[in-house]
Design a protein around this ligand. Sequence first.
Ligand code: HEC
Length: 153
Amino acid sequence: MIPAFAQQLMDTVQKAKEDGGPIAAIDACQDLAPNIAKQHSTSDWSLGRTSLKTRSDDNAPDEWERGVLQQFAERAAKGEDVKTISYAETVNGQFRLMKAIPLQEGCLGCHGNAIKPEIAAALDAKYPNDQARGYSVGDIRGAFTLRHTAAKQ
Ligand code: HEC
């Protein structure tokens, strides 16, 4: 579920970038990421993305997610490979899982240190509380978050 979501999201943003340039790719990320997440969710599972430094307030972590993101940061600081960091736990009878998202080369244009002025302006306009800048390759950008939403047993 998570790999398929990640792949489709990457393909969609990449295609928007090829077709319409980086500003179109921002729109794609904003409009399509939640939809693609929904597509890969089912009636019993909800899937999304979150971070300690979110771009969109809609992706803000809940308390459990914040704790797991802090745990991921500590594990990465101790040298664990970001690509394989994940954590699962049953919380109040609900299965929850998170998987770290490493920052890659292709993310720098919108999440790095040297964001082009026109892209920065487009981000400023859409995301007044954007904290998701200044990352380097290999940093933990955030995490996929999966939750079993079926009724508690
Ligand atoms: C074209 C610009 C662009 C590129 C390239 C890009 N992002 Fe984003 N990213 C965004 C936008 C815009 C959002 C906010 C989406 C929303 O409104 O939900 C976002 C949100 C996110 C989020 C959700 C948490 C948050 O901050 O709101 C994660 C995680 C994320 N991006 C990771 C990545 C990773 C990893 C890459 C590279 C593989 C990447 N992004 C490449 C523009 C981009």
